[in-house]
Design a protein. Structure first.
Length: 339
């Protein structure tokens, strides 16, 4: 996960100096390690772990150096052995010690912080969106689902409002966001789960195939982002999460048009981060490999289904990315590939 830095406006990171653990993907060589002379290091599995005592400017300096070197930052923890970590969920199969205030890389309970935040959930007729709606509503968000599938919208959790609209159309996307802003309040959060799928080799792709994949998988993300940005810009903050896919990060034979569209969405997410981060708006994406849903289950062989992510597991990542626990994370495309 590549995490770009966003300074937390008006919020203290705690004591002036503290001991931190910083986990970086991959094994760093001597040249790269020399960029962090104040920190001890060790290799843990496939990662490099840096530890040391830093004040706040020193921590930001290290994180800025990691970004400048193009390294993949996995997590940052303030090490406090006595800390109560009952509300923490470890981020991966490579847990570290018992530290604890987590700044990047894990999720924690955010009910109080999220209360009342107006959250637009696009593609809300699908299973992933329903799981996400439940988690965000439980965290205190005011969730409004949008989808052209009214029957799917009716299966949203109790108390989650919805509007029937087709966000793949730019005019409709703008109009429904304006309606929600007028009736409920300006959006604080956008979660876009809209997507469609097409199997087919590159030599078999048609203009219609490519047009459909790009219109739905990329166009929707752009039109919705354009629609919510003025409200977030005026407030000086906001969080946006799009749903990408593994073929958008790793070329996959047999799904050319789909993979190209998801690669474009990954690129769009990173462009939006560069353009919107200075406005206080964080833009991230989650990239599942496979999601175990009623629609996909009949077509997945048992060996693939065994490794598919549940909608609830992917929804956990989305809930983290829109929460204040992810204040420092923007421009990240988080893999959700399963074991």
């Amino acid at each position: 996960m590549r995490a770009h830095l966003v300074m937390p406006h008006g919020r203290s990171m705690g004591p002036t100096s503290a001991r931190y653990l910083i986990r970086i993907d991959g094994h760093l060589g001597a040249t790269l390690l020399s960029a962090f002379p104040a920190l001890a290091w060790e290799r843990q599995g496939p990662d490099t772990v840096l530890t040391g005592v830093l004040d706040q400017p020193g921590l930001y300096g290290v994180l800025a150096e990691i970004e400048a070197l193009g390294l993949d930052l996995l997590e940052v923890r303030r090490l406090t052995p006595e800390a109560d970590h009952r509300n923490l969920v470890m981020p991966s199969h490579r847990p570290v010690g018992k530290p604890q205030e987590v700044l990047i890389g894990t999720r924690r309970t955010t009910e109080a912080a999220m209360t009342g935040r107006v959250t637009i959930l696009a593609g809300a007729g699908g299973e992933l969106a329903r799981a996400t709606a439940g988690k965000l509503a439980a965290a205190g968000c005011t969730v409004i689902g949008i989808d052209r599938d009214e029957d799917g919208l009716k299966r949203l959790p109790d108390g989650v409002a919805y509007r029937v609209a087709d966000p793949t159309d730019p005019v409709t996307a703008k109009n429904v966001v304006e309606r929600i802003a007028a009736e409920v309040g300006p959006p604080d959060v956008l979660v876009n789960t809209v997507g469609t799928y097409h199997l087919g080799a590159a030599m078999d792709a048609t203009p219609e195939d490519l047009r459909l994949m790009v219109d739905v998988n990329v166009g929707t993300a752009l039109w919705l982002t354009q629609a919510v940005t003025p409200y977030m810009r005026d407030r000086g903050s906001g969080a946006i999460v799009h749903v990408a896919a593994r073929p958008g990060l790793q070329p996959t034979a047999g799904m050319a048009a789909y993979g190209v569209s998801k690669a474009a969405l990954v690129h769009l997410t990173r462009v939006l981060d560069l353009e919107l981060r200075p406005l206080g708006i964080r833009v991230n994406a989650v990239a599942p490999r496979l999601i175990d849903t009623a629609k996909t289950r009949p077509y997945l062989p048992a060996d693939l289904l065994a490794h598919a992510a549940s909608p609830e597991a992917v929804a956990d990542i989305i809930a983290y990315l829109v929460s204040d626990a992810a204040t420092l994370v923007s421009g990240a495309v988080v893999p959700a590939y399963g074991a």
